[in-house]
Write a protein that binds this ligand. Structure first.
Ligand code: MN
Length: 514
């Protein structure tokens, strides 16, 4: 087996068809600091539908008017996916969901004694009555009902089974006992769901895991191995506290470890991840599986050589499967093979001696603790090969106005291939305004997109030197570049212009092997 790992086959009873409920727009939106406008929620919902998720939990209808509006707009899109709203065990929540025209509700009512006593301040008997009434009410109004006995994994198993008996008798369609505080282990998850499947062979179960111990994906897979028919996931593992099971990880593990396919189009996983990251403002950690910036980047010299010969030597997942491309980067660990490949992509053809010298200088930059960007590599190569540096874009003037009761506005004068271009733009702040103005000026000639922007203060204090790293894209070419300045606006502008110059001078393709 070339991709994936098939070292052993633990006992698995996967359902014939596993359905994916994505809760990025509900549990994912409960990520601290995240709040999506209805328009942004619609954009994400459309992407999830294109990705192929079976059920979209679009939000919590009773939470606010804005939230209800978002769910209503999504329901109106006539997507292929089932549209679901979260609801608590009160009629007004079910009514709010009904007003949004959703197909289903995820009806969550406490099942653990801790939640029953401290959150609801009720008895078990009262809770059973509420559960029965709510399910009957929702069913009578034509909703598909997925019941979630909240905090199920810390509840008394006999009481949990009683709640399931009652909801099934009342007409509920599916049961998803959530691991609300993320206390399952893969062994416990497998045992719990095996028990539930044995006790209720005709009930459709789902699994909903939180990542407090970093086990959400493992626990989800264990439940699916026990025959559970539905998995709750979020894009990039967003969610309350440490988040939920990551959609991309669950899907790829199912496919490559267990040979189980879902309706998800894996080639759209990276695109979806980037969209959600951009719209929520939550950056994906660089070393995150599948969708992290570094997940398919190789820097080490020995690895690069082997990767160029045969990708599976150091990759367990083919990047194309998840809509990505392998990327080799220059850096202090890079071998000359990797650097030569990077230079060739930039259009340089160094001799052996020149390559040695470029290699030495790249290591020098790396040893100083600096990140070697594409712009750095290009500048080094030009210096060594002795060709005049090509800088199609030069900044001639920059003015930024900002303050209180003022819309941050920037105007720039650029010389692009000798042509003078003057543009102005506004932004949420001075950096945004300046970058927008430059982008506007250059986009008349080249469609260049800013994909990433990282800022780092090297020392403390308001006069600190600031380092800005940007990642730009033109078609399938990318360039990283850095700007260093005491003024964050100038650091940003310098990074932007130096990255654009790499792209305008040829750039380099993200896939080094073409
Ligand atoms: Mn949750």
């Amino acid at each position: 087996m070339k991709w994936g790992i098939a070292l052993f086959s633990p006992e698995s009873r996967f359902a014939d068809r596993i359905r994916i409920l994505d809760t990025t727009l509900r549990d994912g939106e409960q990520t601290p600091g995240v709040s999506l406008t209805p328009e942004r929620k619609v954009l994400i919902a459309k992407k999830l539908d294109e990705l192929g998720v079976d059920i979209i939990e679009a939000g919590f209808a009773a939470a606010s008017e804005g939230e209800a509006e978002a769910i209503r707009l999504i329901a109106r899109e006539n997507l292929r996916a089932e549209i679901c709203s979260f609801a608590r065990g009160v009629k007004s929540d079910i009514d709010a969901a009904l007003k949004c025209d959703v197909d289903s509700i995820f009806l969550v009512i406490p099942a653990s004694d801790t939640h029953i006593k401290y959150k609801l301040r009720k008895t078990r008997e009262e809770v059973l009555k509420i559960i029965e009434e709510c399910v009957e009410y929702a069913k009578a109004h034509g909703l598909t009902v997925e019941f979630g006995p909240e905090d199920a994994t810390r509840s008394d198993i006999n009481f949990l089974k009683e709640t399931i008996k009652i909801v099934i008798a009342s007409g509920a369609d599916r049961v998803t006992p959530p691991d609300t505080v993320g206390v399952l282990t893969p062994e416990k998850s497998y045992a719990l769901f095996s028990d539930l499947k044995k006790t209720f062979p005709n009930v459709v179960f789902g699994v909903h895991c939180h990542d407090d111990f970093g086990l959400a994906v493992a626990n989800t897979l264990a439940a699916l191995r026990a025959g559970v028919e539905e998995a709750h996931v979020t894009v990039n593992g967003l969610g309350e506290r440490a988040g939920n099971a990551a959609l991309e990880e669950v899907i790829v593990a199912l496919k490559l470890h267990y040979g189980v396919d879902t309706s998800i189009r894996t080639d759209l996983l990276y695109d979806t991840s980037m969209l959600v990251s951009r719209l929520t403002g939550v950056m994906v950690q660089p070393n995150k599986a599948i969708v992290g910036e570094n997940a398919f980047v190789h820097e080490s010299g020995i690895h690069t050589h082997a990767i160029l010969a045969e990708p599976s030597t150091y990759e367990a997942i083919p990047p194309e499967l998840v809509g990505r491309k392998r990327r080799l980067v220059a850096g202090k660990h890079a071998g000359s093979h990797g650097i030569r490949a990077a230079l060739m992509e930039m259009g340089f053809h160094p001799t052996e001696d020149q390559l040695k010298e470029i290699f030495r200088r790249v290591k020098e930059v790396g040893d100083k603790g600096k990140r070697v960007t594409d712009a750095d590599l290009k500048a080094i190569a030009e210096a060594v090969i002795g060709i005049p540096s090509i800088q199609p874009i030069k900044l001639e003037e920059l003015t930024v106005v900002t303050g209180d009761h003022v819309t941050p506005t920037a105007s720039v004068k650029l010389s692009v291939n000798g042509r003078t271009i003057i543009e102005a733009a506004t932004g949420v702040g001075p950096v945004d305004a300046a970058i927008n103005a430059i982008r506007k000026a250059v986009s008349a000639i080249e469609p260049i997109r800013l994909e990433e922007y990282h800022v780092k203060a090297i020392t403390g204090g308001t006069d600190a030197v600031v380092e800005v790293i940007v990642r730009l894209r033109r078609g399938d070419q990318i360039a990283t570049a850095m700007g260093v300045h005491e003024d964050i606006v100038m650091a940003s502008v310098n990074a932007m212009i130096s990255g654009m110059n790499v792209l305008m001078a040829g750039g380099r393709s993200e896939n080094m092997r073409g």
